[in-house]
Write a protein that binds this ligand. Structure first.
Ligand code: ADP
Ligand code: MG
Length: 315
C-alpha cells in the first residue's frame, strides 16, 4: 500500500520555535532578561489588534504582521524612543502554517528595519487577536503635556488616506485603482515615524502619534498641557486624491480619520526642526483659550461636529 502523507499537526511549542524564535532571542525561559543601557529610560507601550475592530478579515497575514508591530513602533516614536525589544501575545483560531509564515514575514521585515527583537510572548488558541508590547529607550520621554502657548503645531506626512481607503471598502467612495492602492497601503501597512520621533528629542515640547484622528489626538495634547489650539484647515497635508474629494469627506478623513500613524508635535517658535526623510507641515499654533479652534484660509472660524475615535462612545 502506498504510504499516505499525513501532515503533522503543528503544536504550540513547535509553532513558537518555527515561526517566532530566532537566533539570540532568549525565547524559551519563563522570563525575558533585559539590560537597560546605563543612563537611559525604558519606554514601554502595548497595543492590541482585534479582528473586525482594528482590521478587516480580508487583510493579508503579512500586512497584519507589519501593522501589529507598526502601531507599537508608532507609540515608541511619539515618545522619542529608540526601539529595542518586543513581546507578542497571539490568539489564533488554528495553527495554519501558511498564515503563520506570512504573518512572521511581515512582522520580522519591519522588526529588522528598526532593529527591534522579539524576546517573548504567549500563544493560545482562540478568536484572532494580536497584542504586542514594545520597549524602547531614550534619555527621557517626550510627553503629551509639554505644549506651551505660542508653540507651533507640526505634523509629519499626509493625513486621511487610511480613512479614505475605509470609505472605499464601505462602498461610500470610488477611487482610481492607483489611488486606491496607495490609500490601502496607508491603511494596511502604516510607516511608523521612528527616526522622526528620535530626532524630536530636545526639539519638540510635546508629541503624540495620530492613531484615533487628529481632533481627538490633538485634544489629548491640549488637555494634558492645559492649553488650546488654532488649526488651519487648508494647511492640513493631504494626497492629491483626497484633495479631489468633496470638502465634507476631506474634513472627516483629515480630522477624525484615524489610522494615520503620523506624528503631531509642538515646537517653540524659532526652534529649528530636524532634517528627516518625511515632509513636515506646520498646521497651527498653541493658544491660551481652551479648546480646538478651526480656521479656514481667510482665518474665519469653521464649525466641525466630529470627534476622535473612542471604542466605547455611543457612535
Ligand atoms: P509559560 O508557560 O510560562 O506561559 P509559554 O509556554 O507560554 O510560557 O512560552 C514558552 C516560551 O515561548 C516563553 O519564553 C515565551 O516568552 C515564548 N513565547 C510564547 N509565545 C510566543 C510568541 N508568540 N512569540 C514569541 N515568544 C513566545
Ligand atoms: Mg504562556
Amino acid at each position: 500500500m502506498p504510504s499516505q502523507h499525513v501532515p503533522m499537526p503543528l503544536g504550540e511549542f513547535e509553532l513558537i520555535r518555527r515561526y517566532f524564535d530566532r537566533p539570540g532571542s532568549g525565547i524559551g525561559d519563563d522570563c525575558a532578561l533585559l539590560r537597560p543601557t546605563p543612563g537611559l529610560q525604558w519606554l514601554v507601550s502595548t497595543d492590541m489588534l482585534v479582528e473586525g475592530r482594528h482590521f478587516l478579515s480580508t487583510v493579508s497575514p503579512q500586512a497584519l504582521g507589519h501593522k501589529a508591530l507598526a502601531v507599537n513602533l508608532s507609540d515608541l516614536a511619539a515618545s522619542g524612543a529608540t526601539p529595542r525589544v518586543f513581546f507578542l501575545a497571539l490568539a489564533l483560531p488554528r495553527a495554519d502554517a501558511a498564515w503563520l509564515e506570512a504573518f512572521a514575514q511581515g512582522l520580522f521585515a519591519l522588526a529588522d528595519e528598526h532593529g527591534i527583537q522579539l524576546v517573548g510572548g504567549d500563544t493560545t488558541a482562540g478568536p484572532l487577536n494580536l497584542c504586542i508590547t514594545a520597549m524602547g529607550e531614550a534619555p527621557r520621554a517626550i510627553a503629551r503635556s509639554g505644549a506651551q502657548v505660542g508653540d507651533e503645531i507640526w505634523v509629519s506626512g499626509e493625513l486621511g488616506d487610511a480613512r479614505l481607503a475605509l470609505e472605499v471598502f464601505r462602498g461610500h467612495v470610488a477611487l482610481e485603482a492607483e489611488a486606491f492602492a496607495a490609500c490601502r497601503e496607508r491603511m494596511e501597512r502604516p510607516t511608523p515615524r521612528v527616526a522622526l520621533g528620535q530626532a524630536l528629542q530636545g526639539v519638540a515640547s510635546s508629541c503624540i502619534d495620530l492613531s484615533d484622528g487628529l481632533i481627538g489626538d490633538l485634544g489629548h495634547v491640549l488637555s494634558a498641557s492645559g492649553v488650546g489650539a488654532t488649526l488651519k484647515l487648508d494647511a492640513l497635508p493631504r494626497s492629491s486624491w483626497l484633495a479631489a474629494q468633496a470638502p465634507a469627506l476631506q474634513h472627516t478623513c483629515l480630522l477624525t480619520g484615524g489610522d494615520d500613524y503620523e506624528l503631531l508635535f509642538t515646537v517653540p517658535p524659532g526652534r529649528p526642526l530636524p532634517v528627516v526623510d518625511v515632509p513636515l507641515t506646520r498646521i497651527g499654533r498653541i493658544v491660551e483659550a481652551p479648546g480646538l479652534h478651526l480656521r479656514d484660509a481667510q482665518g474665519h472660524a469653521v464649525a466641525f461636529e466630529g470627534r476622535g475615535f473612542d471604542h466605547f462612545a455611543s457612535s
